[in-house]
Design a binder for this molecule. Structure first.
Ligand code: ZN
Length: 237
C-alpha cells in the first residue's frame, strides 16, 4: 500500500544516514524513524481520497501494529521506544478514523479546513448534558417531516400525562422511525456518489464544490440521526 514516496518524508535515517523507506522505518537498517505529527492519510501512505481499499488498510494496520509492538523495542534506545509508542497510538487513531466511512469523510473535511458542528455524538451528548439547546438548523427538505414528527411527539407526551397511550400515535411514530432510517440509508448511497466526485475532482474549484455538498450531506445525516434518536427516546420513555 505505502508505495508512494512523499518527498517531505524521504529524509535520511537518523541511525544509518541512508534514505528512510517510509515515514516509519528505514529501508536499510530497518530502524523505527522519529515520530512526527502527520495526518492519518499520510500515516498510511495514502492520498487524500475517500474511496479506500478497506482490506488493504486492515492488512497494513496489522503489519504496522506488529512492527511497532513494544516487545520489539525492549532493548532499543529510549528514543526508539518512545517513537514506537507514539506511532502505535497514531496508528490506532488513524485506523479508527479511516476505516469508518463517515468518520473518514469528516476527518478529510476537517483537513480541508471545514469546521463541522454537532457532528460527533460526543459533542451532541455534551450539549444535551449541559442542557444547551440544539442549534441545528432544520434542512429545508425535512421541514414538513420534522413538523409532523413534533406533533406526534407532543401527542404522545400529552397522552402519557393523561395516563393513556394512543396506539395510533405509537404506530405513527414507528412509521416515522422507519422512514428516517430509510433516509439514512439513502444518505449513505449519496455519500458514495460524492466520494467518487471528490476522488475524481481535478482542481481546487471542483473540490470546493464537492466539499460543500459533503458538508451539507453530513449535516443532513446528523440531523436525521438525531430525529431517530428522539423517536427512540420517546418510544422508550
Ligand atoms: Zn537506517
Amino acid at each position: 500500500m505505502a508505495t508512494e514516496t512523499h518527498p517531505e518524508t524521504a529524509t535520511a535515517c537518523w541511525s544509518c544516514g541512508q534514505g528512510a523507506e517510509s515515514a516509519h522505518f528505514c529501508a536499510s537498517c530497518r530502524k523505527v524513524q522519529p515520530a512526527v505529527p502527520m495526518d492519518f492519510f499520510r500515516f498510511f501512505g495514502l492520498e487524500r481520497k475517500l474511496n479506500l481499499d478497506l482490506a488493504a488498510l486492515e492488512k497494513e494496520f496489522y503489519r504496522l501494529s506488529r512492527k511497532l509492538h513494544p516487545d520489539l523495542y525492549a532493548r532499543a534506545s529510549s528514543e526508539e521506544q518512545g517513537w514506537s509508542l507514539v506511532k502505535s497510538s497514531q496508528l490506532n487513531d488513524a485506523y479508527r478514523a479511516l476505516k469508518d466511512p463517515v468518520a473518514r469523510t469528516q476527518y478529510l473535511l476537517e483537513l480541508e479546513g471545514v469546521k463541522l458542528e454537532e457532528q460527533s455524538s460526543a459533542a451532541t451528548l455534551a450539549a444535551r448534558e449541559s442542557g444547551a439547546e440544539k442549534k441545528q438548523v432544520v434542512p429545508p427538505e425535512l421541514l414538513e417531516e420534522v413538523f409532523e414528527l413534533n406533533m406526534q411527539l407532543q401527542e404522545l407526551r400529552m397522552g402519557k400525562q393523561m395516563g393513556e397511550e394512543d396506539p395510533e400515535v405509537i404506530t405513527g411514530l414507528r412509521a416515522a422511525k422507519s422512514k428516517f432510517e430509510a433516509m439514512l440509508e439513502g444518505i449513505t448511497g449519496e455519500l458514495k456518489i460524492l466520494w467518487n466526485a471528490w476522488d475524481a475532482a481535478l482542481d481546487s474549484e471542483e473540490r470546493t464544490g464537492v466539499r460543500d455538498r459533503l458538508v451539507a450531506l453530513l449535516n443532513r445525516r446528523s440531523y436525521v440521526r438525531n430525529l431517530v434518536r428522539d423517536v427512540n427516546d420517546a418510544l422508550e420513555a
